[in-house]
Design a protein around this ligand. Structure first.
Ligand SMILES: N[C@@H](CCC(=O)N[C@@H](CS)C(=O)NCC(=O)O)C(=O)O
Length: 202
């Protein structure tokens, strides 16, 4: 095997963050788009937990966590300095942990309230808004969470905020988070994001 193989799912926010880092680091990767309902045996053989993304390196080594894939790619080549300074310092790491924990939990409930009938959808949205408010405050006076330039902290979180915004677009455009909106729009319009969302047909 000469290139690494990425098992990915186009709309999965974890897979998107991995693809962003792999794209910016210009690592040579063959992408395999998987169906989550019918995961390929080759993927399950190397990663029985059955989540995407999974990256199998040319030497056979397997990376099974999206953040691990980001950090591996950027450690090889980080031309835009995503790992530098506030891009991946202790506060950035805490924010990403909060994204992957509390915010993702609220996002799942906000997106699929019928699966979580204990509370109503607005309540789940409000739980997610606590995180949006933290982002809004961090974006005061700087375009990216990392500062003047984007970093891992931005790219690891943006795919999840994108999903949150899409649940109720009419609400999001009016919500009191203008900096978050601007930040998300800059990302959605970027060649990098559009590139990793291209349909490969694979
Ligand atoms: N902690 C994992 C989470 C990955 C994850 O949960 N991916 C979802 C898709 S967004 C998945 O593959 N779920 C399995 C399924 O739906 O069967 C990571 O960071 O890579």
């Amino acid at each position: 095997m000469s290139s690494a193989i990425l098992y990915t799912f186009r709309r999965c926010p974890y897979a998107i963050r991995a693809r962003l880092a792999l794209a910016v680091s210009q690592v040579d990767v063959v992408h395999h788009e998987v169906s989550l309902r019918d995961k390929p045996a080759a993927m399950l053989a190397i990663s029985p937990k059955g989540t995407v993304p999974v990256l199998q390196l040319a030497d056979g080594h397997v990376l099974e966590q999206s953040l691990e894939i980001m950090l591996w790619a950027l450690a090889r080549h980080d031309p835009q300095g995503w790992l530098t300074g506030a891009g991946w310092d202790a506060s950035a790491q805490q924010l990403v942990a909060r994204n992957d924990g509390e915010f993702k939990c609220a996002l799942d409930r906000y997106k699929y309230p019928e699966r979580f009938p204990e509370q109503d959808q607005v309540c789940y949205r409000q739980q997610g808004e606590a995180f949006l408010l933290a982002l809004e405050q961090r974006l005061a006076g700087q375009p990216w969470l990392a500062g003047a330039q984007a970093g891992v902290v931005d790219m690891a979180i943006l795919p999840f905020v994108r999903q949150f915004a899409h649940v109720d677009k009419a609400w999001f455009v009016e919500a009191p988070y203008p900096k978050v909106r601007q930040w998300l729009t800059a990302f959605l319009d970027s060649a990098l994001f559009l590139g990793v969302m291209e349909k490969t047909g694979a």
